[in-house]
Design a protein around this ligand. Structure first.
Ligand code: IPE
Ligand code: IPE
Ligand code: MG
Length: 242
């Protein structure tokens, strides 16, 4: 049974370091090449009319990497924003950054907010970059926000919807999650939001990931039957309700 349409794709872009190592090059070379793959997949998402694309670019745990690598990644984020700002806007893309932005330096934050501000009324692809993002952080943050809006805490408990509406995405959870570079783990990426996502893993290293690989992942999704705990596929349920 064919699946319902694919709206939101999330990607753990992994393997830049190994890609560079295979070529006896520094890890920074892999990260630079990784940016080309990001552009390729953003364009592919536009062409395929995906509504939302969420890319995991830097985890809340990645700070423990050697300081020169962290510094390089920050420089690349800044350069990428500056170099691609106009193009993203021209393509009607709405860019959002999810994660704890407080830890970034002032200059990077300035570019992040400028890009978000510039593109906030765009109605095309919703492009989300997860930076200094952790799924546990997201849930804790949501719980704290939910608590802070309760007038009478003593007489109320926090429910699922209280948390959901304060998470990075409200009712727009990924349909398909792709992880490159052969690891089969979430690495703290959207723990709540991936509860019913179809998970696709490939050995391809991120800098090599291209449109063809993207289509293979999308095909994998379309061959799945999503039942969300029930016995019928989502499509069957939709048809029966007509
Ligand atoms: C993913 O590639 C990019 C980031 C985490 C920023 P890696 O840097 O994790 O590459 P590998 O896993 O070491 O090959
Ligand atoms: C996950 O990759 C984070 C990003 C892709 C940004 P990692 O390379 O940090 O994950 P682990 O350490 O292998 O789990
Ligand atoms: Mg990695």
């Amino acid at each position: 049974m064919a699946n319902s349409i694919i709206k939101h794709v999330s990607i753990i872009m992994d393997g830049n370091g190994r890609w560079a190592k295979e070529r006896n090059m520094p890890r920074s070379y892999g990260h630079r090449k990784g940016i080309d793959a990001v552009k390729k997949i953003i364009n592919a998402s536009l062409v395929r009319q995906i509504s939302s694309l969420t890319l995991f670019a830097f985890s809340s745990e990645n700070w423990i990497r050697p300081s020169n690598e962290v510094k390089l990644l920050m420089t690349l984020f800044r350069e990428s924003i500056i170099n691609n700002m106009e193009n993203l806007h021209e393509n009607n893309i709405k860019v959002t950054f999810i994660g704890d932005l407080d830890k970034f330096d002032r200059t990077l934050k300035k570019y992040i907010y400028t890009l978000e501000e510039l593109t906030k009324y765009n109605s095309g692809l919703e492009l989300n970059f997860a930076v200094n993002y952790g799924g546990k952080w997201d849930i804790i943050n949501a719980v704290n926000k939910a608590i802070s809006t309760q007038d009478d805490l003593a007489n109320k408990t926090i429910n699922k919807d209280d948390i959901e509406k304060n998470l990075s995405f409200y009712k727009n959870h990924p349909d398909l999650m792709i992880r490159t570079a052969g690891e089969h783990r979430l690495s703290n990426f959207m723990l709540w939001q991936h509860a019913y996502t179809e998970l696709y893993f490939t050995d391809t290293l991120w800098p090599d990931f291209d449109e063809e690989d993207f289509d293979t992942a999308i095909k994998f999704f379309h061959n799945k039957t999503r039942k969300f705990g029930g016995l019928k596929s989502v499509k069957q349920i939709e048809q029966n309700e007509k």
